[in-house]
Design a protein around this ligand. Structure first.
Ligand SMILES: [Ca+2]
Ligand SMILES: [Ca+2]
Length: 458
């Protein structure tokens, strides 16, 4: 009964009519120019623009930029995207046109937090329009600064919609905030409890709460005490690697400045929505490039939210919430490097493209849900995987224990094939086992694709 309840909740998180393989509808709220890292995140976002249906790209304020949102930087970066768009569409045909991106670029509330809710802004009107749109998919709001523009939009929707329509519109919202960077996030969670949040709450005026937040895993170990531990691939988030692989590669890359603090602290708020086969958007407790979160009531929050688990994840002898992102770093950085190369490569054959992971004949990027009983053995076969460039492929399989609720279960892998053995699961054992296939090509840079298989044991 418990499993059925959880499974039903997963479906309702995604919304019944949406699939993990759909593009995400996305609003981005960015306090560009408070420090260079939002500009970095914006370059990555546009390099993946074909992954999203943008409903708004909105320059905002935050506790780090209390007034004057920098829409000019947003537009400058879209201009650079316009210079490379004809190359990008060679590699993936559905990159949105520069004209479309300009049509959804705007400024949000002009001042700080809840002090700046008096007048609607161009940004808040974009969010209102998106909330009113007849679209069954969730509406993701990726918050890189303060969310007061969303706060204003929610108040306008409350005034303009029937109570039933407003409730439905709130339930479609998925807000992923990079901590609380003004006072409006905590205020929205109290005023509009139907909105779903992914956030590690913080005192909204103090960056010292940031250290434990999951988003820090994007690159936080490049600094401080963790630097000495030399986690794998830490060099991939250093300015030297980023200059060679991103900044020096064409007009869009040139918009990517060196960081002062860490690389792209805000990027986890959209990174999990890239359709790489990990299926993160199906439920944040699966873990993936966006990090792993659990549904719980945190401290004095008024209701449950998706937030970091009480138990950190282990990675190479370190225990931090951010490890649920660090573990994917080699792949998300090489993937970004490949995307930036697309932007300067007019011929398809001259760039690398991701392999296609196929498990048991099931292609596509959806999560594979299997059911089994204790004692069973399941055969998994990825030999149908392929690569659009004809690259030879290598395979690795792992059980993602931190995301799994099942006690027991072992995995034996042999190249493209693997066997899940449930003989060590107790006869009354119940739960889910997350098995991750990673297919990697031999192109330059080497690119990965995943499939997640969830074995539901009952
Ligand atoms: Ca920011
Ligand atoms: Ca390839």
């Amino acid at each position: 009964m418990r499993k059925i309840t959880l499974f039903a909740f997963v479906l309702s998180f995604l919304s019944a009519a949406a699939a993990v393989t759909d593009k995400a509808r996305l609003v981005v709220l960015t306090d560009l120019a408070n420090e260079p890292d939002d500009e970095e995140s914006l370059v990555r976002l546009l390099a993946y623009a074909n992954e999203f249906d943008f409903e708004g790209l909105v320059a905002t304020t935050s506790c780090h930029l209390r007034e004057n949102p920098r829409e000019d930087i947003l537009r400058h970066t879209i201009d650079a995207y316009a210079q490379v768009w004809t190359n990008l569409v060679v590699h993936a045909p559905d990159y949105p046109t520069p004209a479309f991106l300009r049509s959804v670029a705007a400024s949000g509330q002009p001042g700080f937090g809840t002090n700046s809710l008096d007048v609607a802004s161009a940004g808040s009107r974009l969010i209102v329009a998106a909330m009113k749109r007849d679209d069954p998919r969730p509406l993701w709001v990726s918050v890189w600064g303060g969310p007061n523009t969303l706060h204003r939009a929610l108040r306008d929707c409350r005034d303009e919609l029937s109570p039933e329509a407003f409730a439905a519109a709130q339930k479609k919202l998925r807000v992923y905030a990079i901590s609380d960077q003004d006072d409006s996030g905590p205020a929205i969670r109290r005023e509009f409890p139907l909105v779903t949040w992914i956030v590690d709450p913080s005192y909204p005026y103090d960056w010292r709460d940031y250290w434990w937040a999951t988003w820090g895993g994007i690159s936080g170990d490049v600094r401080g005490v963790d630097r000495a531990k030399n986690l794998p691939f830490v060099d991939y988030v250093d300015n030297a690697w980023l200059k060679a692989n991103i900044t020096d590669v064409g007009p869009l890359g040139a918009c990517y400045p060196p960081h002062i603090w860490i690389m792209e602290g805000d990027t986890p708020s959209f990174l999990g929505l890239i359709r790489n086969g990990l299926g993160w958007s199906e439920s944040p407790d699966y873990g993936g490039w966006g990090g792993r979160y659990v549904w719980r009531t945190f401290k004095d929050e008024p209701h449950p939210i998706w937030t970091s688990p009480e138990q950190c994840e282990e990675y190479y002898g370190t225990w931090r919430n951010g490890n649920s992102i660090v573990r994917w770093r080699e792949d998300y950085q090489l993937d970004f490097a490949a995307r930036i190369r697309w932007s300067v490569t007019p011929q398809y054959r001259d760039a690398n493209h991701n392999p296609i992971a196929v498990v048991n004949g099931e292609s596509g990027r959806a999560v594979l849900h299997l059911t089994a009983v204790p004692g069973a053995t399941l055969a998994l076969d990825a030999s149908g995987s392929s690569d659009p460039d004809g690259d030879p492929l290598s395979y690795s399989w792992q059980i993602y224990r931190a995301a799994s609720s099942l006690k027991g279960g072992t995995l034996k892998a042999d190249g493209a094939k693997a066997t899940v053995d449930l003989s060590d699961v107790a006869a009354d054992g119940r739960g889910d086992l997350h098995v991750i296939l990673r297919v990697r090509d031999s192109g330059t840079p080497s690119l990965a694709a995943y499939r997640r298989v969830i074995v539901h044991v009952s």
